[in-house]
Every structure is written in C-alpha cells, then in structure tokens.
Ligand binder design. Structure first.
Ligand SMILES: [Zn+2]
Length: 248
C-alpha cells in the first residue's frame, strides 16, 4: 500500500495523542484519592458501629437505672408506711416486732439497691464518654472524607480538561489523516496493539523490538511512499529523518 510520507507521519501524531489519552485515563483510575476515600469510608463505618454500640449500651443502662430507681421509691414508701404504723404504736407487740424487723430488712435492701444504682451511674458516665468520643471521631472522619472528595473532584476536573484538550487536538489531526492508513491503525488498536510507531535506532517505536538487519535493509530500499509494517507488532512503521535510513 502506498501513502504520502507526510500522511504516514501524521499517524505518529495520532499515536502520540492516543498514548497521551491512555496516560490520562490511567491517571483517572489510579488517583490516590480513590484509595484514600475507600479507606476513610471503611473507617467511618467502624466508627458508626462503635457509636451505635455505645448508644445501645446507654439505653440499656438508662432502663436499668429507672428500674432500680422505681424499686427504691416503692421501698421508701413502704418504709414510711411501716414507720408511721410503728410510731402510732397501736399494734400488738408481736406485730410491732415483725414490722420493725421488716423495716430493718427494707433499709438493708434499699442500701444494696442504692449501691447498685451508683454502679450503674458510673457505667453510664463511661458509656457517655464512649458515645462522645465515637461521635467526635465520626465527625472528624466525615470532615476528612469531605476534604478528600473535594481534592478528588478537582483532580477529576483537571483530568477531564486534559482529556478534552488532547481529544480536540486528535480530532484536528484526524481531519487530515489518510483513511486507508487510519483503517490499518484502528484495526491494530482494536486488537489491543499500538497503531503506528516511529522507526528509530533500528527499533519499532510501537513495540520497541529491534528490527533485524534483513528487514532494515529491505525497508531501506523500499520507496518512502510505500507503507511498511512492523514484523513483530503490525504497527505502521513510520520513517522520518530520525530513522537513520539512507532513503529518508
Ligand atoms: Zn513493532
């Protein structure tokens, strides 16, 4: 196949633009902010779980303290009633003695419940501190997430801009490109290969393989308007003055 050497050289510009676009997309998928955000989200989930656990513990303790409180109140009321009957002194001696015994028992049990209540209150203080700490930590992580998200979005915006610039440049080159050369190029790209490469220092610019002497001398004697392809990767092998060939 024949093509004007200038048209062949344009394929290098297309290949450069595509390589640049490839690098830009690589930048997009490997932004450090993506990994950073994933790690922070995981951290936030753990901290939220901790906050929920502390909240449940606080609710349990509140129920427990109310229960003890109610028991103490009812005991106090019974004590008062018994004390009033004792003070009235109108009961027979045996009943008075039983009543006095009951009051002693009530006071002892109330004392135990009051100790229990103090214990629960201490636990409540500890759980309150846990809740506050968990809440402060989730807030802190959320602020970090907001900050990293803003950084990621700014980076993505820059990447979008860069990609748009290169695409625009590529589209401009494309208007002047030889359709037959482009068909070869696109077939290469579809097969996951580089479409065109500069022949320089006896190497294919697309696959970096060194060309053997036989092929080199064959290329050397091929007219410049004849399209040569790399034996190794199939890329359009573009010859310029940089190729170090006698014919160009
Ligand atoms: Zn090659």
């Amino acid at each position: 196949m024949k093509a004007d050497p200038a048209d062949q050289r344009l394929m290098l510009d297309i290949a450069d633009a595509d390589a640049e676009l490839h690098r830009i997309e690589h930048r997009r998928s490997t932004l450090p902010e993506i990994a950073e955000l994933a790690q922070l989200e995981e951290q936030l989930n753990t901290q939220r779980d901790e906050a929920v656990r502390a909240q449940i513990a606080a609710e349990d303790l509140l129920r427990e303290s109310r229960r003890i409180d109610n028991e103490i109140t009812s005991m106090t009321m019974r004590e008062e009633k018994d004390n009033q009957q004792l003070a009235a002194g109108s009961l027979p001696a045996k009943q008075l003695s039983e009543l006095s015994h009951e009051v002693t028992g009530l006071i002892r049990r109330r004392g135990l419940l009051e100790d229990e209540l103090l214990d629960v209150m201490e636990q409540q203080e500890a759980v309150d501190a846990d809740e506050q700490r968990a809440s402060a930590m989730t807030n802190h992580t959320q602020r970090q997430i907001d900050e990293v998200t803003a950084r990621r979005d700014a980076a993505l915006e820059k990447i979008d801009q860069d990609a748009a610039n290169v695409s625009e440049k590529r589209a401009a080159i494309l208007t002047n490109v030889n359709a037959d050369l482009m068909a070869i190029y696109e077939k290469q790209v579809k097969a996951g290969r580089v479409g065109a490469g500069l022949l320089r220092a006896a190497r294919c610019g697309a696959c970096r393989m060194e060309l053997d002497r036989g092929l080199l001398s064959r290329i050397n004697s091929t007219p410049t308007d004849e399209v040569v392809r790399c034996d190794e990767c199939g890329a359009i092998l573009v010859r310029t003055h940089e190729s170090g060939l006698a014919s160009s």
